[in-house]
Design a protein around this ligand. Structure first.
Ligand code: ADP
Length: 303
């Protein structure tokens, strides 16, 4: 197992940021770590990368415990922290040489730095100081730094946050290509990000895991639920909605508007038409809407 987190808890003063979470990543998996801001993603990642000790529970990387064998863990982990802290006064290659020094890479460093400059497409910008680079290129430097020592596991904290749409696509492609045989845990609060890069998603909310599933499975589960949005001309007696056999549940979504959740939108549509005639209720609009993965995320992480 590349990453194994067991009953991990982190309490800052009085606040429980991570609350008894467990999950595993097999070698080669690219897993999205999804959750709203403040859910506990960065804290979990800082523990896995040995930058923060857990309050209780354990985390191992390639079998090495983060508290007992932190140096072994660091050899195997590449980390792109949130907000990507870099030394803006350093030149790109100078910074990568500095990073290579920290990892004690010795004679292999020069060749590997050129490989990473090439792989991350930094070539034409590599002669500049980091402070002079665009945000997308700074992010490439962050990725080059994370992968320099060829770690088995990559921990990327919001790797595309703050980038423009073109840069987002470039960095996503880079991660997918560079990932290769590596195990990647990447955090984001954007569902599309996960869909674009990952095979599996772990959703965290208020420090607790609320879903751990394949994208395919989540997609299927969400595809099974459609919503029929019905607007009536006048207020209705909501008890009448209970008569609709094809509606699993319903929600009032404003004025005379109701959302009916169904697994069979076509049958429900017919039933609603018949039902409205029976009760002499006028419908001003009837609209079907597919339940998207975004909805699944919102439902699981609702306050
Ligand atoms: P995420 O990465 O999902 O946005 P974080 O792990 O950064 O979430 O934060 C989880 C919770 O812990 C938040 O409520 C945050 O305010 C709190 N937190 C994070 N770091 C600290 C800290 N150093 N001291 C106190 N509270 C913190």
């Amino acid at each position: 197992m590349s990453i194994k987190v067991s009953a991990l808890t982190k309490i800052y003063d009085t606040q429980k940021a991570v609350d008894n979470i467990s999950f595993e990543l097999k070698k080669g998996e690219i897993v999205g770590f999804l959750g709203p801001n403040g859910a506990g993603k960065s804290t979990t990642m800082k523990i896995i990368t040995t930058y923060l000790p857990p309050t209780s529970g354990t985390a191992t990387v390639c079998g090495f415990d983060v508290l007992e064998q932190p140096m072994e863990v660091r050899k195997r982990v590449g980390y792109l922290p949130e907000a990507n802290p870099l030394y803006f006064e350093m030149y790109v290659r100078e910074y990568l040489e500095f990073t290579a020094g920290i990892h004690g890479m010795g004679r292999n460093a020069k060749k590997r730095i050129e490989e990473m400059v090439d792989m991350t497409g930094l070539g034409k910008e590599a002669h500049k100081k980091i402070g002079a680079l665009s945000k997308g290129y700074k992010q490439r430097v962050g990725l080059a730094q994370a992968m320099l020592h060829d770690p088995e596991v990559l921990i990327l904290d919001e790797p595309t946050s703050g980038l423009d749409p073109n840069q987002i696509v470039e960095i996503r492609d880079l991660i997918k290509n560079l990932g290769g045989s590596k195990t990647v845990l990447l955090s984001t609060h954007i569902m599309q990000e996960v869909q674009a890069m990952c095979s599996r998603v772990i959703i965290i909310n208020n420090g607790q895991i609320v879903a751990d599933d394949s994208i395919e499975h989540l997609r299927q589960a969400s595809a099974n639920h459609d919503i029929l949005i019905v607007t009536f001309e006048h207020a209705i007696d909501s008890a009448l909605l209970n008569e609709l056999k094809n509606a699993q549940r319903y929600e009032h979504s404003g004025d005379n508007k109701w959302e009916l959740v169904t697994t069979d939108p076509e049958a429900l549509r017919k039933e609603v038409m018949q039902w409205s005639l029976t009760h002499n209720i006028n419908i001003s609009s009837l609209q079907a809407q597919s339940h998207s993965l975004e909805d699944v995320f919102r439902k699981l992480t609702k306050k």
